[in-house]
Design a protein around this ligand. Structure first.
Ligand SMILES: NC(=O)c1ccc[n+]([C@@H]2O[C@H](COP(=O)([O-])OP(=O)(O)OC[C@H]3O[C@@H](n4cnc5c(N)ncnc54)[C@H](OP(=O)(O)O)[C@@H]3O)[C@@H](O)[C@H]2O)c1
Length: 345
């Protein structure tokens, strides 16, 4: 008899905001391991904004999630049984087989977004906790690091604007910009998040975009205009930045989380400033930084140990809470990285 486990399945492709009822929890049987295979028990899974687009039947840059089948997403787990000499019971393995408590891997090497979901990378950096591999050392963190530590052309004293500053990419990007001695201005969707940005993330100025329009706030908070934008939020926010950019400066786009529940709204205004001020505008992806993974890990753990980097975690417990965790990402209120704890260990 095989091994029983649970998976979350998508049962409906909703329009607009995702609902927990778009998902169900399925009890499934996994077969016995064949030679070369490995059984993994996931401990933590990541909840990410791009998953809203995976729920759609067609996405321009993603494989859609199937209906009534296993989903994928960043996770970290432990090998509990191995018929592959490269893996041993107890190994901590990063993988893309989130949304399930256990899965079988053929032992392929994990490359984010490029390898099969069940591929594995053994992780054992000194000082890292298991959940760090879907948090401080996860895909969103690498996005922030790639943007702010590698692509950003900034000097001490430059004004850097980061949207969605209390989210994962945003909060890490703000702190790296501070480490690079920039003057950081950030936005978030509540007064609590603004307070967190000022008191805990150490930004120089912050505003609540739900209470004050980005146009008005940025004009006031950026008296020397803007040298770099790291955009996470929306075309509206980017449109408000454009007239305030200094000449020859840079805009990095990690994503537009505000458009993921309604893809129609992609209009960018004030684009003439991009031409008149000779701006560099670049959308980028984490694959560009995979060769530098070890440096990224050393930087993040070193900064955390030195008290210069923190990542807040909003933690849900149990596989059945994962749909609610994903839906809540788009209604605000949570600071930092959203994680689901699937098992202790
Ligand atoms: N390029 C890449 O390879 C890559 C990789 C990972 C992530 N990303 C992108 O980076 C961005 C941030 O991702 P993340 O992992 O940091 O997400 P996250 O931790 O879930 O944070 C997302 C933040 O987005 C804000 N938000 C939610 N709905 C919004 C809306 N309708 N309008 C404006 N803001 C909204 C929320 O903050 P407020 O309450 O403050 O609004 C939330 O804190 C996303 O656009 C994501 O797709 C890109």
């Amino acid at each position: 008899m095989g091994f029983r486990t649970r998976q979350v399945h998508l049962v409906r492709r909703s329009v607009g905001l995702a609902q927990p009822t778009d998902f169900s929890v399925a009890d499934v049987e996994l077969p016995a391991l064949e030679p070369g295979q490995v059984m993994v028990q996931n401990l933590w899974m990541s909840i990410d904004p791009y998953m809203r687009r995976s729920m759609e039947a067609e996405a321009t840059d993603l494989e859609p999630w199937p209906l009534h089948g296993p989903l994928d997403g960043p996770a970290v787990g432990r090998v509990i049984e191995s018929r592959n000499p490269a893996y041993h019971p107890g190994d901590l393995v990063e993988n893309m087989s989130g949304w399930q408590e256990h899965f079988i891997s053929n032992g392929d090497r994990y490359v984010p977004y490029l390898s099969p979901a069940s591929s594995l990378a053994v992780r054992q950096a000194p000082g890292a906790r298991p959940q760090d591999y879907v948090g401080l050392l996860g895909i969103a963190a690498l996005t922030a690091w790639g943007g702010m530590a590698r692509l950003a052309r900034i000097e001490a004293g430059n004004t850097v604007v980061v949207s969605s500053g209390a989210g994962t990419v945003g909060s890490i990007a703000c702190q790296i910009a501070r480490i690079r001695q920039a003057r950081v201005v950030s936005s978030a969707g509540s007064e609590d998040k603004v307070r967190w940005l000022l008191d805990r993330a150490g930004v120089n100025a912050a505003f609540n975009y739900r209470a004050t329009s980005a146009d008005v706030a940025l004009r006031e908070l950026c008296p020397k205009r803007i040298d770099l934008v790291l955009e996470n939020a929306s075309p509206e926010h980017l449109s408000a930045c454009l007239p305030l950019m200094n000449e020859l400066k840079q805009i990095l786009i990690a994503g537009f989380v505000g458009t993921y529940s309604s893809r129609g709204n992609m209009k960018i205004e004030n684009f003439e400033y991009a031409l008149d001020r000779f701006l560099t505008i670049q959308s980028y992806r984490i694959m560009d930084f995979l060769d530098e993974y070890d440096t990224f890990v050393a930087d993040m753990l070193g900064w955390r140990a030195a008290g210069k980097m923190r990542l807040e975690e909003t933690i849900y417990s149990g596989l059945e809470s994962a749909p609610e965790a994903l839906c809540a990402l788009f209604t605000g209120g949570r600071i930092g990285k959203t994680l689901v704890r699937l098992a202790d260990g």
